[in-house]
Ligand binder design. Structure first.
Ligand SMILES: Cc1cc2nc3c(=O)[nH]c(=O)nc-3n(C[C@H](O)[C@H](O)[C@H](O)COP(=O)(O)O)c2cc1C
Length: 219
């Protein structure tokens, strides 16, 4: 759906998800994350970029697992530490994954995806048309209930900072794995919050599209 149509539907409160493709299981187990290999860090930094032309091809299972682990996975199991920092280790940013078969929340401890909405919400994750058909859109959501120790006036800024760190992990993973990605803030926050059935303690922060570049070669 093109941007103008999305803007018009959004104004009318009619920007809605599509039915899910196929049967979504309530939990999607993920392969163990590889946690090693990949490109040298300096090479990945050299290649990091935003791209906006995506193929609809789904990601492979290992790739999906590694991507989610890079974004929000547990890298120090003894401490429950994550791959990205958060103020006072509040770990307040949830990672949601919009796939054709439904919307899922990434559960770092189980390293699994939990179905939250049995609809394809990809097209509501951004006004730009490429978000509709790319392999997946990530959605970063702050859970304010986890930030009780953070001064109230700082919570939003800290949550955006934590989401930014996660998004950069995704950029670097994508650079390493030969995937395209772009982090985004331009979306209909009301329509997306409604489609995700978010409660009042949840705040939408950012979205990020990930997939193979259209016409790009496999790494
Ligand atoms: C907070 C934030 C919001 C952004 N929102 C969008 C967006 O809604 N749509 C988009 O296409 N790009 C968005 N971008 C990506 C920037 O346009 C992009 O990073 C910038 O043009 C620099 O390009 P580069 O990432 O290739 O270096 C956003 C980036 C940030 C950090």
């Amino acid at each position: 759906m093109n941007t103008l149509t999305k803007l018009a539907l959004g104004l009318m409160g009619q920007l809605k998800p599509l039915p899910a493709v196929g049967d979504a299981s309530t939990t999607l187990a993920l392969l163990p994350p590889a946690q090693d290999g990949g490109m040298l860090l300096m090479d990945a930094l050299r290649r990091r970029q935003s791209q906006r032309e995506f193929s609809p091809e789904p990601l492979g299972e290992q790739c999906l697992s590694d991507l989610l682990w890079a974004a929000a996975g547990i890298n120090r199991p003894d401490l429950g530490g994550r791959t990205a920092p958060s103020a006072m280790n509040a770990q307040e940013v949830e990672l949601h994954v919009a796939l054709p078969q439904g919307l899922f929340r990434y559960e770092p401890h189980a390293h699994a995806l939990q179905l939250t909405v049995a609809s394809d919400v990809r097209r509501i994750t951004g006004y730009q048309d490429f978000v509709d058909l790319a392999a997946l859109d990530l959605i970063y959501v702050a859970d304010h209930a986890r930030m009780k120790l953070v001064p109230a006036a700082q919570r939003e800024a800290y949550a955006f900072a934590a989401a930014g760190a996660m998004a950069q992990n995704v950029y670097l993973y994508c650079a390493s794995a030969g995937l395209a990605t772009v982090v985004r803030a331009w979306f209909d926050r009301h329509a997306l919050a409604q489609a995700m059935a978010l409660g009042t303690d949840r705040q939408l922060l950012l979205a990020q599209t990930v997939g193979r570049a259209r016409g790009g070669e496999r790494p």
